[in-house]
Design a protein around this ligand. Structure first.
Ligand code: PHE
Length: 460
């Protein structure tokens, strides 16, 4: 199962001698799917859909996942696999000049995302544990307040970071790959089960139509397009080098385009299925107004509210939901920490354990800010969304215009359709994607700025 890897290591020269590699193709795919699938799918996607007008957002989101997401993932994969380095070193080797700054931005983005991602994951863990111990609170609004203030969110954040650090310290094959192999199928099963259950609820129809029947007008709304783009980058873990880093542990023989397609579809599948849980449940219970309030907490209030009303069955389902969310959060957090850790290993030539502990501790400390302030959390979320778009734009330009013969790397290991489309896809990367992503950059930059200003002036 693992022998091609050793051959690989020797073939690729001195600098890859100690590079760890994924043991199996499935392991790589599940780790990358694990990175993609997380809070972004089950918490952020539904609330973005609610905010962005429902089905129109969903439609644009699918289009962007296919047209921007897959090519961009392929770009990141090709840079990572060719250089066998984490973002900073990869950009230095392939690009030179100021390009390493793009890698640096990626590392910073990963650090900042994880700092608040871990806080939200901490809330999720607490909801799950308390759901098991005492059931969901009768007043979910007050409960959310309790979960997100005081010392508790700090404690859960620290616990979650310790778990993440532990997995990353163990390494790529034994830590990240093993965890994903077990956790991802569990998550898929739970989310599908929940969607089937949601379909049996009385009064769910309105939820489905909000979610699935787009109005043509909104499809043409540029703001919705930009929001869907930002969400697509976040959900697919693109624009900060997470996919690049994973691909740096990949063997030559993999069909990168096929893997990118599989990963993007799985990620979309989970987000879409999560919507099939959230919207019918909310409609069945008449909780729409709580979600369209669209703060980060909306789902944490509306869904548990629904679970409470549904009695014992609701409790079981709710525990399953928060467990799945925890699983998704762990595997995504691992990939975020991996980017920072791998960069420290590559840049400072240190070993994995101190790198993971050092990077993780730093993130843990930065996370004390979002752990104690929801406003800070919201600001970091919108700033990093902008950073991801900037990173995505730079990556497209880099692969389209700077990298030497990217097509060769992309088709290496690919065959049939997945190889044949690559040259056309590259034209798209060069000419079509940069202006579209530039628009997302502009919009999300404006959005981040507004969020910052409103928060600082006390209006948030
Ligand atoms: N894609 C993850 C999610 O949807 C979040 C993430 C973003 C992970 C960027 C890695 C890099 O939850």
């Amino acid at each position: 199962m693992t022998d091609p890897i050793d051959v690989e290591v020797q073939k690729h020269g001195e600098d890859s001698i100690q590079r760890e590699l994924f043991g199996t193709r499935l392991g790589f795919i599940l780790a990358a799917v694990g990175s993609a699938v997380g809070l972004g799918n089950m918490w952020r996607f539904p609330y973005r859909v609610a905010e962005g007008g429902g089905a129109a957002f969903v439609t644009l989101y699918i289009i962007l996942t296919l047209c921007l997401g897959i090519p961009l993932m392929l770009c990141e994969f090709s840079v990572g696999r060719r250089t066998r380095l984490s973002p900073i070193g990869a950009m230095r080797r392939e690009g030179g000049g100021a390009w390493p700054l793009v890698g640096f931005l990626g590392v910073l983005t990963g650090l900042l995302i994880l700092s608040y991602y871990s806080v939200i994951a901490g809330w999720v863990v607490r909801y799950g544990i308390e759901g098991i111990l005492h059931g969901f609170a009768a007043d979910p609004g007050a409960y959310f307040e309790q979960v997100t203030t005081g010392v508790a969110p700090i404690v859960y954040h620290i616990a979650f970071m310790v778990l993440t650090i532990t997995i990353v310290s163990v390494g790529v094959e034994k830590g990240i790959e093993k965890a994903s192999l077990i956790l991802m199928p569990v998550l898929f099963t739970i989310v599908i089960g929940l969607a089937v259950w949601a379909a049996t609820l009385v009064g769910s129809g309105e939820g489905y139509s909000f979610y699935l029947a787009p109005s043509f007008e909104e499809l043409l709304n540029p703001t919705t397009l930009a929001e869907a783009g930002g969400q697509a980058f976040f959900s697919l873990s693109l624009g900060m080098g997470a996919m690049l880093t994973f691909a740096s542990y990949l063997s030559r023989h993999e069909n990168l385009n096929r893997e990118a397609t599989t990963i993007a579809f799985s990620d979309f599948g989970v987000a879409f299925t999560a919507g099939l849980v959230v919207f019918p449940v909310i409609a069945a219970l008449g909780l729409q107004s709580q979600v369209s309030a669209s703060t980060v907490g909306a789902l944490f209030i509306a869904l548990p509210g629904a679970f409470v009303e549904m009695g014992t069955m609701g409790r079981v389902v709710g525990i399953a939901f928060f467990f799945a969310l925890t699983v998704g959060a762990v595997t995504s957090a691992v990939s975020l920490l991996e980017v920072v850790t791998a960069s420290m290993i590559d840049e400072f030539k240190i070993t994995r354990r101190p790198a993971a502990i050092g990077a993780g501790t730093l993130i843990l400390l930065v996370g004390l800010l979002p752990a104690t302030s929801l406003d800070a959390l919201g600001v970091i979320d919108s700033i990093t969304e902008w950073f991801l778009a900037v990173g995505a734009l730079c990556m497209t330009i880099f692969v389209g215009w700077r990298m030497k013969d990217p097509v060769a790397e992309m088709v290496d290991g690919a065959s049939g359709f997945f190889a044949a489309v690559v040259p056309t896809m590259m034209l798209f990367v060069k000419f079509v994607m940069p202006p579209i992503i530039a628009f997302v950059v502009f919009w999300s930059g404006r959005n981040a700025f507004n969020t910052l200003v409103t928060t600082l002036t006390g209006g948030g």
